[in-house]
Design a protein around this ligand. Structure first.
Ligand code: ADP
Ligand code: MG
Length: 971
């Protein structure tokens, strides 16, 4: 075995690290080969170990005869004082091999910073199972194992023993993350951040930090201890708008890369309390198929998961069903394991039946209880050791051993001096772990004194354990202590009376607020919890809002919803004065994006949230919140295709921005109004808005703080380019395009870069320039995928599909279009759907699949009728005509062109009404071609000439070239 384990079989100790055997502390000499044989036997007790196995273990590279092994066994027997005919330790099994028959326990240097050793008994099969998983991992097959069972059953201990047995040099890295009880105000990814912190604190932590910076910047952003505030500022700009999927991807890539160079063991403790985001990560990690030397071990209390119907339950059973994870349920210890424990603990060869059965029946084989019952008997001097047996004292146990673990913990607590009682109780209100500095402050005692008491308690393994030290925001370093077991924490916490707890929670909240000052968002969820428990709901609501806002930044939408909903719940109990309305509004503004991201932008709930936010913001007349409420409301209506409402909101925003005189908000508002007008097909009106917007941005100052998009100027420039092109001014359009393109070089946020690139691609798609469209959207797609801007990624893919089809790769292009259109519909945004369907139908036309194209066009046109989104109405109608013509010629019908002709005429009318010259030229060209082909040259020429006349510039666009060619032919 690797590592520093020690095996104990009374009266011997086998020290693996030093390869030595001791008898009651005295070293016993063994040759190295014999030691290996004994080590192997002891590690595989109570079963037949074949001669082959033993030879392999001791002489791995040599071929040896049985006699060599026999000599070693003799030497071992001599050393142990054992006899082959009446073996106490090693039994010979015929010609096949040997068996180690004495009870063996493992001594573990168990807890961090503790001098004491514990005795580990039973759990051989479970340890074996973990080792088998490790073997698979070493062959590159990632494994996820859930260790489950009641509190105190030995989950953590089993992992400790397993982890200690690993050779934790460069080849194996073990990191642990702890979940804590958060009572519904979940901090996202708590255990994962715990793990990352440990990895960064390792000897070559700088490498890890560099890797995070490179592969998982959004995670480094959350590790305040390893980043400067300037770096965080930079990172937060880089990570703006990042999706939850992208964050999962980042961290997974990071872990997988680490697991390439070493075996990475991640331990996630107490998952019954885990946050929803971490559950998603576990599931994501387990489902990936790439080879990785990654072993994830999670522990949880099955009862708790069952009782609270945690989402973990469904995920764990689903993963297990698909063989993506294994379950390792721990059972209560058997009576013989309890006996083994007593033998090891008292270092005696035997234990009396009555003692073993007393400890067993009281503890029912729960190890935590077993250890404590034994401690209790020892402290009542109810155990005596005589010759070679440990047994109950004659006085028996007058003092009855408590029959429940809770009882027992209570008794242990009552035996502490009052000063320590106070200390432990106060600590329990801080949490499962606590900084000594904070504890001393609450107790109003000297730090050194408190530190000393904590140390002494932990040295005796009473209640507390040392958990390292942490730097506080104040710059001071404080030792951290924690409760030895969560059960201790909860029993002690419940002991402290209600009013005392409230008082302490309030005090802790106040101190934390003072200590963290400007950085309270780092501990927002914790603060919310303390204030909630203190009954200070005002403060609790304040920090629930911060926690929700922080969760949104982390793309942890479930947590954002949890915190915001809880805050809103608390607000219901209040009368609703101005301040509370303001809080309600802030909470709604955090809830909105979270619900939109999880349930889709079109979910009715999103509408309700923004509706209420809108009312509140009007009532409060708080301009900055009003802008946010309006923006959310606008977006909801635009996404759900309620364009008139969206336009009205945009107009309202223009009015408010004019009142405040804030030119940036004004520019934003003009852009939003322009976008809704464009979708309504009111291109001239839209043009005005875009012009206003660009002028307003022109006078922006350098400390430009945009409402939502990091740089709306680029956004409005690209929209403006599209609009100029549609209305028949290709040269002005090209100017705007060039300005926007220039901006992409200096945009500070990947989010705005992606938006601008995809919008520029859209501009070239409008102009029917597939090569340029493809070029731009490829870069846009790359960035969108890298940063996880999923809806922009989908848009980019749709454009790419269209471009590929136009460039001759029809089947690939159509597949891409169909797949991504499906995704788009799932996102729930109706605004662009009709245009995207146009692109698909156009691809079908190019592929000579008129029937399929017609189905799509017809659906798109009914969507246009339903939503009033007339942006592509003319184009869709023209396309319908073209598809009808294609279908007819496919069917070899030479007659009945009337339907197609009707469509083309309508397309022209629509375009004329909308003053959409470019669409008009296209429709006119199509109709003229139809007439031309049917022999009516004159009519064709006249029609085309009037439409073409308008253009005085940019004759090189595909649409105008088409028209010109036809015109020339018809001359
Ligand atoms: N296999 C074991 N042999 C001996 N003692 C054990 C064993 N498992 C657990 N214990 C004792 O029980 C205590 C609680 O176990 P722990 O692993 O913390 O439980 P869990 O994590 O399941 O709540 C440990 O501190 C240890 O003293
Ligand atoms: Mg545990």
């Amino acid at each position: 075995m690797n590592g520093d384990s020690q095996f104990f079989f009374s009266p011997f100790t086998l020290d693996c690290a030093n390869r030595s055997l001791f008898r009651a502390g005295e070293k016993v000499f063994l040759r190295s080969k014999s030691f290996s044989v004994l080590d192997y036997l002891v590690e595989h007790p109570h079963r037949l170990v074949t001669k082959e196995e033993l030879k392999q273990a001791a002489w791995p590279r040599a071929k040896v005869v049985d006699a060599a092994l026999r000599v070693s066994i003799q030497e071992i027997r001599r050393a142990l004082g054992d006899r082959a005919e009446h073996p106490q330790f090693i039994e010979t099994i015929g010609k096949s091999g040997y068996r180690f028959v004495a009870p063996v326990s493992l001594r573990v240097a168990h807890k961090q910073g503790s001098e004491l050793t514990n005795f580990f008994v039973g759990r051989r099969a479970e340890l074996q199972q973990l080792r088998e998983h490790l073997k698979l991992v070493e062959n590159g097959r990632r494994q996820l194992v859930f260790i489950t069972g009641e509190p105190g059953i030995g989950k953590t201990t089993l992992i400790d023993v397993f982890a200690n047995s690993l050779d934790q040099t460069d080849n194996v890295i073990v990191a642990r993350g702890q979940s804590i009880e958060q009572y519904g105000t979940a901090e996202a990814y708590l255990p994962v951040l715990d793990i990352l912190e440990q990895l960064c604190r390792r000897a070559n932590g700088e490498l890890t930090i560099a890797m995070l910076r490179d592969l998982a910047p959004s995670w480094l952003l959350n590790l305040a201890a390893f980043t400067s505030s300037e770096e965080r500022e930079r990172l937060s700009r880089r990570c703006l708008g990042m999706s939850a999927e992208r964050r999962l991807h980042e961290i997974t890539t990071f872990f997988e890369l680490m697991a390439k160079n070493c075996t990475l063991v991640l331990i996630l403790e107490d998952l019954h309390w885990v946050d929803p985001s971490t559950i998603a990560l576990i599931s994501f990690l387990a489902r990936r198929r790439q080879a990785a030397r990654l072993l994830v071990i999670g522990t949880y209390r099955s009862g708790e998961v069952e009782r609270f119907n945690s989402p973990l339950k469904a995920i764990a059973s689903d993963l297990t069903l698909h063989h993506l994870s294994a379950q390792l349920p721990l059972k209560l210890l058997s009576q013989s394991a309890v006996e083994e424990y007593l033998i090891s603990r008292f270092a005696q060869p035997a234990v009396s039946r009555s003692l073993a059965s007393t400890v067993y029946s009281r503890s029912e084989g729960n190890p935590l209880f077993m250890v404590n019952v034994t401690d209790c008997l020892v402290s009542h001097q109810a155990i005596v050791q005589d010759k070679e047996t440990v047994k109950l004292a004659d006085n028996d146990i007058q003092e009855p051993v408590p029959t429940s673990l809770r009882d027992l913990i209570n008794r242990q607590f009552e035996a502490l001096p009052p000063e320590d009682q106070e200390l432990v109780e106060t600590a329990s209100v801080i949490g499962m772990t606590f900084p000594v500095l904070l504890l001393a402050r609450l107790l109003d005692r000297e730090r050194e004194g408190v530190e000393r008491r904590c140390r002494e308690l932990s040295e005796r393994e009473q209640f507390l354990q040392y958990r390292g030290s942490r730097k506080r925001p104040s710059g001071n370093t404080s030792s951290l202590y924690g409760f030895t077991h969560a059960l201790y924490h909860s029993v002690i916490y419940e002991r402290a009376g209600e009013s005392k707890r409230r008082r302490l929670h309030q005090a802790i909240g106040n101190v934390l607020e003072r200590v963290f000052q400007e950085a309270t968002e780092q501990v927002a969820a914790e603060l919310a919890l303390h204030f909630e428990r203190a009954g200070d709901y005002q403060q609790a609501i304040k920090y629930l809002t911060r926690a929700a806002q922080k969760a949104i930044q982390q793309a942890a939408y479930q947590e954002a919803i949890q915190s915001a909903t809880k805050g809103l719940e608390f607000l219901k109990w209040h009368c609703g004065n101005r301040q509370q309305k303001q809080q309600e509004l802030e909470l709604l503004l955090a809830l909105g994006p979270a619900v939109a991201s999880t349930k889709g932008y079109a979910a009715a709930e999103v509408g309700d949230i923004y509706n209420r936010a809108d009312l509140l913001s009007q009532e409060l007349a708080d301009e900055s919140l009003r802008v946010l409420a309006n923006y959310g409301n606008y977006r909801f209506h635009l996404m759900t295709g309620q364009l008139r409402r969206a336009l009205n909101i945009g107009k309202q925003m223009i009015v408010s921005a004019r009142c405040t005189g804030d030119s940036n908000s004004l520019a934003d508002a003009y852009t939003l109004a322009g976008v809704s007008l464009l979708h309504l097909g009111e291109f001239s009106a839209a043009q005005e808005q875009f012009d206003h917007a660009i002028t307003a941005y022109g006078i922006r100052n350098e400390t430009f703080v945009p409402v939502k998009h990091p740089d709306v100027l680029a956004y409005s420039l690209t929209y403006s380019a599209i609009n100029w092109w549609i209305t028949g001014y290709p040269a002005v359009a090209a100017e705007k395009e060039a300005q926007a393109l220039l901006l992409t070089r200096e945009l500070p946020h990947p989010f705005s870069t992606v938006i601008t690139l995809i919008m520029l691609a859209t501009y070239h798609q409008c102009r029917r320039e597939p090569t340029r469209t493809l070029e731009l959207c490829e870069i846009g797609i790359q960035h969108a995928a890298k940063h996880g801007f999923s809806s922009w990624l989908t848009t980019g893919m749709i454009l790419k599909g269209w471009a590929l089809t136009n460039l001759g790769q029809q089947s690939e292009g159509i597949a891409l279009l169909r797949e991504n259109l499906k995704t788009w519909r799932k996102i729930g945004c109706k605004t662009e759907t009709a245009r995207f369907m146009f692109l698909l139908a156009h691809a079908y036309l190019l592929a000579n699949r008129a029937k399929a194209g017609l189905l799509v066009v017809e659906e798109a046109l009914s969507l246009v009728a339903e939503t009033g989104n007339r942006y592509y109405e003319s184009e869709l109608t023209r396309l319908r005509g073209e598809l009808l013509l294609q279908e007819k010629s496919n069917l070899h019908k030479r007659t009945a062109f009337a339907d197609a002709e009707f469509c083309l005429v309508s397309a022209i009318e629509i375009a004329r009404k909308q003053k959409a010259k470019s669409f008009e030229v296209r429709a006119t060209t199509s109709l003229a071609r139809l007439w031309y082909e049917r022999g009516n040259k004159k009519k064709a020429r006249e029609l085309l000439a009037t439409s073409y006349e308008h253009f005085t510039q940019a004759f090189d666009t595909p649409a105008l070239k088409d028209a010109r060619e036809l015109l020339d032919a018809a001359e």
